[in-house]
Design a protein around this ligand. Sequence first.
Ligand SMILES: [Zn+2]
Length: 141
Amino acid sequence: MTRKDSRYAIKRTGTGLGLFALETIPAGKRLIEYTGRLISNEEVDRRKNGKYFFGLNTKWSLDGTPRSNLARYINHSCSPNAVAYVSRHRVWIWSKRVIKPGEEITYDYGKEYFDVHLKPVGCKCKKCAPETRGKKRRRKS
Ligand SMILES: [Zn+2]
């Protein structure tokens, strides 16, 4: 963890790492910015390590690979407790509902990401695969 934020902690999940709340977060609160370098979508297509790209619009994406981007640890869920809002070239994660201490923060990555990255291997979120959560699993890619 390179950036200190006492409200969150990076912890192991069933599938890798995730971002967890350390204190109660009210609904409708701006939590954290998804930071990264602005890159064109052509560059996204050229590069293969697309795990932390965040599509802003038809032209631009953020490359959120650096570990200083704490929001990159937030996993996808089909039943999330947070949501990502794009405002021009910036992305903010907001809470959708009250998030309790110790709860993993998640948002829906969207249909395109789901179809490309999750559908082929099967979504491991709490809603889709509750039985795999909490158990040790080898991390994909
Ligand atoms: Zn799912």
